[in-house]
Design a protein around this ligand. Structure first.
Ligand code: GDP
Length: 300
């Protein structure tokens, strides 16, 4: 928890501490205060829709509780934020009858490879047999990077040459996972966004091949989003979920960004659960997302 708290320092400064500043020195609660609160939320990357929704809830909360003092606004805000975020923790799905196949998608640079590496490490620590698949055949560097992670963690990797068919990698990986009695297969995919429709076709095809070769798979399509891109992350979520059935989100780089407020926007505006958060470069800096812990860490 203390590590989570520490990683959210910058977000706390732009979000919670700014609310403090808005409230401090104020006597009553007036329209101007609500406007300033909304402004703080938008600046903190909560997003316009969610900011408006939150302020509306705070306004109602203030009325219902007949609160007069501005100093109590922060408590009401906490309650409403907690209400909107919910308490649900949604774990990564597992396949009890064989390998759990996890397809990982996302734009280049968001932290896809690192997230796969951290997941591989954590599953291995749990005593599971892990296999990686280098499905981003578009970039030689992506294959190399994943191989470095495979070596670091001590797991096997299925890879083909640069420029080869990513569908063939997925095919081989699924069959290898079964024949080698693997518990978790993590499939990397390409993330070049300069040719969007081409990429989405490729992801659809990889998904189709996985599903054809192993009914019920992929058990998870994990979309990796970079918290430092703020509202842009929401656009990416929309684009990817139109192409493949995204079942969960991993939100990376929450440490060191002031844009952690975007978590609130993703949780309230997307129908896809945030399952994992990345809070640093260490192997154990990938955590299950627990909204309650997140808010408590944010409030300090
Ligand atoms: P990919 O192109 O999506 O595969 O991205 P990479 O996995 O190569 O990550 C891009 C950069 O982000 C690397 O320098 C990673 O170390 C860094 N990174 C990934 N996740 C996190 C995180 O949770 N926190 C921090 N601080 N850096 C991260």
């Amino acid at each position: 928890f203390s590590r989570l708290k520490e990683s959210l320092t910058k977000t706390r400064q732009t979000f919670i501490e700014k609310i403090d500043q808005v409230v401090t020195g104020r006597k009553g609660i007036d329209e101007e205060l609500y406007e300033e609160l909304e402004e703080v939320l938008i600046q903190a990357d909560v997003g316009v829709n969610t900011a408006m929704k939150l302020v509306e809830r705070v306004r109602k909360g203030v009325k219902a509780r007949n609160v007069q003092e501005a100093s109590r606004l922060k408590d009401i805000f906490y309650e409403e934020l907690a209400y909107l975020m919910g308490e649900k923790v949604t774990p990564i799905q597992e396949n009890a009858e064989g390998p759990t196949v996890i397809m990982v998608v996302g734009v280049n640079g968001v932290g896809k490879t690192t997230t796969i590496g951290k997941m591989a490490y954590q599953y291995k620590e749990q005593g599971k047999k892990v296999l990686l698949a280098a499905g981003d055949t578009f970039r030689a560097a992506a294959i190399d990077q994943l191989e470095i992670w495979a070596q670091r963690v001590g797991v096997d990797i299925i890879k083909h040459q640069e420029g080869s068919d990513p569908g063939a990698v997925a095919y081989d990986a699924v069959h290898a996972a079964r024949s080698r009695n693997v518990d978790v297969l993590l499939i990397d995919t390409a993330g070049r966004l300069h040719n969007k429709s081409n990429l989405m076709d490729e992801l659809r095809k990889v998904h189709r091949i996985i599903a054809r070769e192993m009914p019920g798979a992929p058990h998870e399509v994990l979309l990796v989003l970079d918290a430092t891109t703020g509202q842009n992350a929401l656009n990416q979520a929309k684009i990817f979920s139109e192409a493949v059935n995204v079942t969960g989100i991993a939100l990376t780089k929450l440490d060191g960004t002031a844009k952690g407020g975007v978590v609130t926007a993703i949780v309230t505006e997307m129908a896809i659960p945030v399952k994992l958060i990345g809070i640093g470069e260490r192997m154990d800096d990938l955590r299950p997302f627990n909204p309650k812990d997140f808010i408590d860490a944010l409030y300090g």
